[in-house]
Design a binder for this molecule. Structure first.
Ligand code: HEC
Length: 102
């Protein structure tokens, strides 16, 4: 029976859609702008730094939530930084970068 899994996915997708519907695009741009100092304008980084532009949002969401929860070690700043955003903000920021050209 795969049904419970499908239901979980549906609930997740619904929650993601809801979060996006509530977020003002101008707010999302300003949140994403605070990543630009290190990850480049619109997430297009200088050589040697991780680009966020065009990365599927599921990947960025997962990495940010892992940093936030302390599940993966960050070499420098991302632990502290990720804690400054709600899960809804992270979903919105990840969506913004996913939509940028690489
Ligand atoms: C002060 C510099 C700085 C800022 C600002 C910054 N980052 Fe980072 N980020 C890093 C560094 C450095 C790494 C590499 C891991 C580490 O050293 O912590 C990283 C890694 C990441 C990764 C993992 C990339 C990978 O493929 O492993 C993601 C995702 C990420 N940052 C997202 C963001 C987002 C979203 C923001 C804005 C909310 C942001 N970062 C702001 C410096 C920064």
């Amino acid at each position: 029976m795969k049904l419970p899994h499908i239901l979980t996915m549906a609930a997740l997708l619904a929650a993601t859609g809801l979060a996006q519907a509530q977020v003002d695009p101008l707010h999302v741009r300003s949140w994403a702008a605070s990543c630009a100092a290190c990850h480049g304008t619109d997430g297009r980084a200088q050589p040697g730094m991780v680009s966020l532009a065009g990365v599927p949002k599921e990947i960025t969401i997962q990495k940010m939530l892992d940093y936030k929860a302390g599940r993966v070690p960050a070499a420098t700043i991302m632990h502290q930084l990720s804690k400054g955003y709600s899960d809804e903000q992270i979903v919105a920021i990840a969506g913004y970068f996913a939509a940028q050209k690489q």
